[in-house]
Design a protein around this ligand. Structure first.
Ligand code: S3P
Length: 442
């Protein structure tokens, strides 16, 4: 899908990554800080907030629903919570841009507010499946209209009330889980969600941080409606999904030695470290600590020879956003890497299986897409031109590929890098990647 302002990355071949850097704040945690801070009683202070377009879309949505939010100012945000029932209907449609997390979590959060809200987004977001949240929410009594294809725009209608359900998630998705738990705060009785495999648990952790009880029995997570959230202080760690590009870049580029500071290493997000280590990567986890209910560490990564593996399927949900970067690692590994059980990649900001396979093939890599994954045989990466299809993570992954390419790589449609990683090009160039950005005519 095309983004608004066409930007192209030019990544020159070779080089290595070194130094110490901190990537921007965690996107998932930043979204949730605005959502829960807005519904809380009192003033929530956030530091380390991601000032990327996706998290800013959530912030703007809550401003439009009457929440006074100061900032962001160098990652600091102050949210003057309106309480559980204090949101008011926005005047007009809420445009959430490229952000699937904003849209799906807001469906749940707004379903029981008793206000009418219309949610829309860019062409990519308007093509993504929404019935996965609107169907179970309907079982709770919500009324949310989708297009005939089950996509946005979504019209959330006021209803009298919601009731708790016991729901078995058909896919391992933190967005569906979170939407239902957030709706559950407004439901009569208990709302329980059972996951087929563990997914990121930031909603559960943050609810507890705001003083809201969450019951967990194995894979089943429950909340009881009618409680209250109390404002708190939040320190958002650096996003492991953004760190992933540097973990891969430094692993594949000989001579690299890079330290990434204050990275969130929540065990439901650390699949990229596990998978890279299985491939032979040299990643040290230093100074483990806990910040605001989330585990954090510094990560030191040095280049190492990688070898192909069969990626364990249980790691897939724990690394779901990191496969564009991991495919680049696989292209640089000795032998074959096989991914399966990852059909969810086809409904992300782009079809990440097809778009990555096309880009890798354009660079001369032997990459064969399958319905639920990819087979990649490592080897030489050539130069060439690839299309990111407006997908931030595809753009950043191919930029890192240049570290091992024989010639320059041109990457089209990169403006959406700003959705999750503002300042990526400058930070990567500072660490040693030969990366420049230019505006192009359509
Ligand atoms: C997210 C959950 C994941 C992930 C997305 C962020 C979240 O999506 O891909 O980038 O913050 O809950 P799914 O729940 O669709 O897997």
């Amino acid at each position: 899908m095309s983004s608004i302002q066409p930007l192209q990355f030019r990544a020159g071949p070779g080089g290595h990554l070194s130094g110490t850097l901190r990537v921007p704040g965690d996107k998932s945690i930043s979204h949730r800080s605005i959502m829960l801070g807005s519904l809380a009683g009192g003033t929530t202070r956030v530091s380390g907030f991601l000032e990327g377009a996706d998290a800013l879309a959530t912030l703007e949505a809550f401003r439009r629903m009457g929440v006074v939010i100061e900032g962001p100012d160098d990652g600091r945000v102050v949210i003057h919570g309106v309480g559980m029932d204090g949101l008011r209907a926005p005047d007009g449609v809420l445009d959430l841009g490229n952000s699937g997390t904003s849209m799906r979590l807001l469906c749940g959060l707004l379903a029981g507010q008793g206000i009418g809200v219309t949610l829309t987004g860019d062409a990519s977001l308007r093509s993504r499946p929404m019935r996965r949240v609107t169907d179970p929410l309907a079982r709770m009594g919500a009324r949310i209209d989708t297009s005939e294809q089950g996509t946005a725009p979504l019209h959330i209608r006021p209803v009298e009330g919601l009731y708790g359900i016991d729901y078995q998630l058909p896919v391992a998705s933190a967005q569906i889980k979170s939407a239902l738990l957030l709706a559950g705060l407004y439901a009569d009785g208990e709302t329980c969600v059972t996951e087929p495999a563990p997914t990121r648990d930031h909603t559960e952790r943050m609810l507890q941080g705001f003083g809201y009880p969450v019951r967990r029995e194995g894979a089943r997570i429950c909340v009881t409606g009618g409680g209250r959230l109390t404002a708190c202080e939040l320190d958002v760690p650096a996003d492991i999904s953004s760190a992933a590009f540097f973990l891969v870049g430094a692993s594949i580029a000989p001579g690299s030695d890079l330290t990434l500071r204050h990275v969130g290493i929540n065990p439901t997000r650390d699949g990229v470290i596990t998978i890279l280590r299985l491939m032979g990567a040299d990643i040290e986890v230093l100074d483990r600590r806990e910040v605001g209910g989330e585990p954090v560490a510094d990560l030191r990564v040095r280049s190492a020879p990688l070898h192909g593996i069969r990626i364990p399927e249980e790691q897939v949900p724990l690394a779901i956003d990191e496969f564009p970067a991991l495919f680049i690692a696989a292209a640089c590994a000795d032998g074959e890497t096989l991914l399966s059980g990852a059909e969810e990649l086809r409904v992300k900001e782009s079809d990440r299986i097809q778009v990555m396979a096309d880009g890798l093939s354009a660079l001369g890599v032997d990459a064969v897409p399958t319905p639920d994954g990819m087979r990649i045989r490592g080897g030489a990466i050539g130069g060439g031109r690839v299309d990111s299809h407006g997908d931030h993570r595809i753009a950043m992954a191919f930029a890192m590929a240049a570290l091992r390419a024989g010639d320059e790589i041109l990457i089209d449609d990169c403006a959406n890098v700003d959705t999750s990683f503002p300042g990526f090009a400058e930070l990567a160039a500072g660490a040693g990647l030969d990366l420049t950005v230019r505006e192009v005519q359509r």
